[in-house]
Design a protein around this ligand. Sequence first.
Ligand code: PEP
Ligand code: MG
Length: 820
Amino acid sequence: MIQLGLQNVCLNADVGSKEKAIRAAGNLLVEGGNIQPGYIESMMGREATANTFLGNGIAIPHGLPKDRELILRTGISVVQIPDGVEWNPGERVHLVVGIAAKSDEHLQILTNLTQVLDDTATIERLTHTQDPQEIIERLTRGPGGSSRGSSNGSALEADFDQSVDLAITGKAGLHARPATAFVNLAKSFASEVKVRYGDQVANGKSLMSLLKLGVEQGQTIRVMAQGADAAAALRSLQAAVEAGLDEKEETAPTQAVALPALALESDAIAGVPASPGIAIAPFYPYRRSRIVISDTAADPQQESLKLRLAVDQAKAELAELHADVQQRSGDQAAIFEAHQELLCDPDLLEAATAYLRPNHSAAWAWQQTYEERAKSLEGLKDATLAGRAADVRDVGQRVLRYLADRVEAGSQLPDHPVILLADDLVPSDTAGFDPGVIQGFCTARGGATSHTAIIARALNIPAVVGAGEAILDLPSGTQGILDGNGGKLYAHPSKTDLQRAEQAQAEQHALQDVEHQARFAPALMTDGHRIEVVANIGSPAEAEQAVNAGGEGVGLLRTEFLFLGREQPPSETEQQQALESMTRALNGLPLIVRTLDIGGDKSLPYLNLPAEENPFLGVRGIRLCLQQSELFETQLRAIFQTAKTSYLRIMFPMIATLEELRAAKFIAESVRASVSGPPVEIGMMVEVPSAVLMAAEFAREVDFFSIGTNDLTQYLLAMDRGHPALAKQADGLHPAVLRAIAQTVQAAQAAGKWVGVCGGVASEPLGALILAGLGVAELSVSIPSIPMVKAALRRQSFAQTQQLAQQALRCSTASEVRGL
Ligand code: PEP
Ligand code: MG
């Protein structure tokens, strides 16, 4: 057993930084004769590659494996920092346990650490004790030392003094994604956070603990906090819960119309429709790989280390998967973030470590732990929460693979089109499917709210789930039909049914393709009124993508891309080349170049600007350009040089006063004259409330307005557009924003000027229709939304959208507008 001597413990350390804390732990090891001084640098180096924050105020800095020869004798040191030191943003450490391990003698200490991790009272004691023996005793206690009870407490657990009762309003209750948002927010506070639901109490910083409460929609929870920032924690958590905990409604993939179920004569196996569409292809039974583990192991310390390593490897894998799915299906990638959060859960690791003691293997202990968790979720009444059991098993198996004796290979994924049949699938399986190969899938188990189903919808793969075990006996290679709309699998379709299904499939594909096909046609409404649909872009490559998606030009070029992520501003030539490459791709279609909009949440380190208390209300957009005239003039020169050969317009961002507009126009005109550039239309963004109120005056001095609803909403409602708890309420379809738009359009029309909208609401079909009805002439939208926005406009007459817009203006809340 490793010795932790008095000389290796330092109490009441006063270190002001993480680096000093690590060096203090290293110096104790040097003084104790455990390491050579060079190992301290290795400990610093380790921080760059690994996170040594263990949780709940404890960190375990250690060196890089390659530097082991600098270790003279395995040992640990403890630096107690009662005031704490910031380890990672939002994570403070009070006990720094420096580790120099030549062998694995230190593992019992790690095991002991994981046992106290969630034991706030013990950590609190060790953080403030004036008796080093107390720390030594707790960390060097041998196997079989006292252990704590399970995570979800009972009614006997006392509430904290400060608490707030909150209703959970999200459709799916406190399921994985909202619970992850809650846990992440709770973790950003030092205070302990607990959640009471009836007589159960959960650790508010543990995802698993929260999920196990099984809180459903409409239920009330008591959020409690204790600690220095308890009041602030409660305020933030309350705001986040009331704002819906970042809960996004699941968005349908790309479909504009609900697809009808097939009506066939052949016998069908009925399941649950999980993802719409029809697949006709041979069946392909798919067996997942089998993980073979040993139940026992001789050395619990070794097993404890193996477990920790396996969890780290699984976390790294999930980070990669998250990045990949994010690229393929956007929002749905959040599921894998929630999976990572499950693995960060101290309760889970603690429970698994506790199972190691009677000489069980890490694999057995881990499997036992996650299965228990999955089963307790399965037992919940709420179907969505119960469905999260699949997520727990998915994450569990990801770790288990690293602890297995062997993994017996499952089926390979096919390389030809199939309908895949499986007992059940986990989200990581579905995320790896190629929609060109997996035409559809059917599972024996599972529900429509599973993440597997959600990913299938995002990838546009028709799917039926919960069809029963009979599907597992269907012969491989038989041609079948999967109806994702009706939730049926036809195993032996007649010839006639096959023909009917093919025809229905072709019609549905055609229906889905209509919008895409018609992307190049103008957005002519049924009574002939035309809206120009252009794109928002932020890089040269996107100019071509915008054209290919049916964009009729570019309504907003965010030029910031040229200036960000570098050490000095781009030269005039570089800017001109970038602009010319875009005008070439646009081939005569209009391009609106917005001058630099830096400040707010975007900064340029090379400008050395002073930090601002309120950057969104500070020197941002045109204000910055007027102060940095060299930067502004260089950009304007590049624009006017490009204008000599190409068609473009200029637009100034963040104009709040007439003086700003006049100053910007004056500089633009002198630059134009200096390079003998052609006259160029000049417009301004309307995104500051004063610009709305003074729109009549502004309209006389510009050629056009483009309304930036993202900022306009932020400034009208006084809600930070990126705020985790407020962003959802900062809705661009709020009647206040719509009334501001109506006022701007009226002022512009009176002056004979046109108005575009380039903020996010223009990219939503409902937003596009209301804006058209308000008299907006141009909608500048995100590239993927172009076909959909055009199709939505084509289905309506201008008169209908005018009526809709008037109704929207009369609404009192954003949700009333969305309900129209
Ligand atoms: C806006 O504010 O709506 C806008 C389009 O500009 P940005 O999002 O670049 O601030
Ligand atoms: Mg803006």
